[in-house]
Design a protein around this ligand. Structure first.
Ligand SMILES: [Fe+2]
Ligand SMILES: [Fe+2]
Length: 346
């Protein structure tokens, strides 16, 4: 793939070449260099200090000439929020923070290109539509706009259709190939939960109920700072504390919606509770945790384990199921047993 690298710091050029060549062809350009030849094929990658207005102005000129480039990747070190916002304002299609993420992202773009050119079959048109709904739900919440429950219902219906028609395995593979972070997680949890409900013979009404709870389960993460949400490393105790607020935030966001049902609110607030009382936020114990929530918790843990992340390979489903089985009295054993078929076979 052709990578057009634009930077304000010449010392970054050898590093990017060392990382991407020879697999990719790299052309570099220093900001402000008027004689630079611009090639509008391939991917544009920008690594510059977007807090400096003169750099932003220079970049604007470069981007104007490259308006036909469809993939614009911005590197923002340490998740500096103002730079992330500026990157998107300049037309970024993705923001990455670490070199390994860049390699991963380029592989994703290449895969998507192959699909576009017919090298691979697109199994799930539903994935793109569902991801778009998650994106709009999250951005509505970030902008303090009202949440539209019918969006969540629509996307759940699409996921149910996708998983029932093509199977869970294909859904999981496709989601992990094309989506990242929180959206990938929500798509996976919903797919796994729906696959589970279908496998144990839930009525279509109950499949839908569990699916909507799964779609909305982490909606509170929309209010968690991106520096914590997208942090590629382990969270420190302070960050962990903030992250653990997401079930209550989600509950608060949804509780006054006119058509919201109590079991969905339960799922959103209690999907991190354990039967032995060691979960959060309310430290509930078995008698207080309804069946739907127990199912959702299993789907959530399993999906989190098999997620694909830029900085670590996806865990095999067998290994993820072993971890789930090893959680003992935290989860309902018969349900974990029933989940085996979904985890390993479906
Ligand atoms: Fe969660
Ligand atoms: Fe989750």
């Amino acid at each position: 793939m052709f990578v057009h690298f634009v930077t304000d710091d010449p010392t970054k050029i050898p590093a990017i070449r060392a990382m991407l060549e020879p697999q990719h062809r790299v052309a570099t350009q220093l900001l402000g260099d008027k004689d630079a030849r611009i090639n509008s094929d391939g991917v544009l990658m920008v690594d510059a200090d977007l807090r400096q207005m003169d750099r932003v102005e220079q970049l604007r000129l470069v981007l104007k000439e490259l308006s036909s480039v469809s993939e614009k990747l911005f590197v923002v070190h340490n998740h500096v929020r103002s730079m992330i916002v500026q990157a998107y304002a300049l037309g970024a299609t993705a923001v990455v923070s670490r070199p390994r993420e860049i390699v991963f992202k380029l592989a994703q773009i290449e895969a998507a290109e192959r699909v576009k050119h017919g090298d691979l079959a697109v199994t799930f048109p539903e994935i793109a539509a569902s991801a778009a709904v998650f994106a709009s739900l999250f951005s509505a919440i970030r902008a303090s706009e009202p949440i539209n429950l019918s969006d969540a219902e629509r996307t759940t219906a699409q996921i149910i259709k996708g998983v029932s028609q093509n199977g869970l395995a294909a859904w999981l593979d496709d989601v992990r190939r094309y989506h990242e972070g929180t959206f990938q997680h929500c798509l996976l949890v919903t797919g796994v939960a729906v696959g589970f409900a279908l496998d144990i013979g839930f009525s279509s009404h109950d499949v839908k109920r569990l699916g909507i709870a799964a779609t909305l389960h982490d909606i509170g993460k929309a209010r968690i700072p991106l520096s914590i949400l997208d942090k590629p490393d382990r969270l420190d105790p302070g960050e962990e504390e903030i992250m653990r607020r997401h079930p209550v935030i989600g509950y608060e966001l949804l509780k006054d919606l006119p058509d919201i049902s109590p079991e969905i609110l339960d799922g959103v607030r209690h999907h991190h509770e354990y039967l032995d009382g060691s979960g959060y936020p309310d430290g509930l114990t078995a008698p207080e945790i309804p069946d739907l929530v127990r199912l959702l918790t299993i789907a959530d843990i399993f999906a989190a384990l098999i997620e694909s992340r830029p900085y670590r390979p996806a865990m095999p489903r067998q290994k993820a199921y072993e971890i789930l089985s090893g959680m003992g009295s935290k989860l309902e054993r018969p349900l974990v047993k029933a989940f085996r078929n979904v985890a390993l076979v479906a």
